[in-house]
Write a protein that binds this ligand. Sequence first.
Ligand code: NAP
Length: 477
Amino acid sequence: MFIDGQWIQAKDKKTFSVINPANGDVIGMIPDGGEAEAKMAVTAADKAFPLWSSRTAYQRSAFLYQAHTLMMENLEHLAGTMTQEQGKPIQAARNEVKYGADFLLWFAEEAKRIYGKTIPSSRADQRFMVIKQPVGVVAAITPWNYPMSMITRKVAPALAAGCTIVLKPAEATPLCAIEIFKLLEKAGLPKGVANLVTGLDPEPVGKVFMTDKRIAKLTFTGSTAIGKMLARGAAGQMKRVSLELGGHAPFIVCKDADPVHAAKGLSLVKFLNTGQACISPNRIYVHSTMKEAFLKVLTEKVAQMTAGNGMSPGVKIGPLVNAAAIEKVDSQVKDAIKKGATLVSGGFRIMDNEMDKGYFYAPTILDGVTEEMRIYREETFGPVLPVISYENEDDLLKMANDTDYGLAAYVYTKAHSTAMKFFEGLHFGIIGINDINPTSAAAPFGGMKMSGIGREGACEGIDEYLETKLGGFSLNG
Ligand code: NAP
């Protein structure tokens, strides 16, 4: 753990093991911290806040530029660590390292654009001035599926704004977090400004984050269930919260779309990170007249996808995170088949070529998915494509919006008017129109409804770490 500028063990020297999900190998022993370490980290962040927040925006920016440079210089090493710890194919890991580094660069720039404003007053003797100030100490919790970029997406804006931070990464991917913190240290991070608490049991750390009065803000990326629990806990002290939660993205192929182009796009986005992405398409609406052509291309694409250890060349499908993930995916597939869906391909755990030692599930296509099936509403977080035929495009918007989630949605159409109808009518925070990658450090990422509160990245991302303060100045003083 990295607390107050020191690398430390847990108080009682307890550790937990980290497993490579591709082969079950133990690849690290990590300090098993809890309440005591979380409190120490908050104390360090609280102590460092006056110093860090009084640094000029240019000084904070220079630090983030340096961290960005180091992250890019260490790209191969970081990507290798990620593939071994999280499982994604090495090229996808490289892409994530670049995406993660982008946040350091973006917020190095945004640090210098924390603007206030003046507002005209109706009184001749009065002036209004608005300034932005850092909220204070931030507590952050991140997931395992994007184990580096989800960290920089929070740490970079927090530090740019002048906040100090305590981070708890997912128990499955602490090595990635440690590598990022080593680089922050190397970039010249002052003592206590960013602190890392690792642990097997998230509850005691989460409790400190919800209840310690010194923490001004809680930022979380993970499941909706845990996000709701944390928001409820943080409400006791009215802490600021940002929540990036689960999703259930519709992927709409309109009647006028090119089914080949759409199927190619879908095969690329769905199997990214083996479907373990919050913006992964989870309900595929295809017009009945083009379903055959669409499924043909999709099936061909899926057949070309090699599963295996992400370090091996050519591998496109890495392992799922653990045995529970395999179980969840498989039970959704079985439930759908039982209720009438047709299995087009996949539908089983891969056990050959030594994959039985890891957690591999075959890329799967289900046709004839209906509302009654669990997969129609539950986030899958696995390599399964549930295809739903439709006849009437007028019903599509309603069907796609009929979910508690509201993170990402995708639409394929050739008509500008249809694109605009869906862009404006879909209740989701991110809409890809004929586009499968509507994300960037420069663009606001976040969801509506049960998918969360707040936005990360873009100019909105830094606002989440700033308070707005109004000054009313009388000239008669
Ligand atoms: P999760 O179980 O909610 O875990 C996320 C983080 O919360 C982990 O660090 C976890 O620690 C921690 N946590 C769990 N229980 C906690 C508690 N009682 N108190 C404090 N912290 C607690 O989610 P996950 O399975 O790791 O991640 C997948 C979910 O994240 C999916 O729903 C996905 O859609 C969502 N996600 C959303 C975004 C987005 O930007 N919207 C991005 C990526 C992922 P442990 O690991 O130690 O359990």
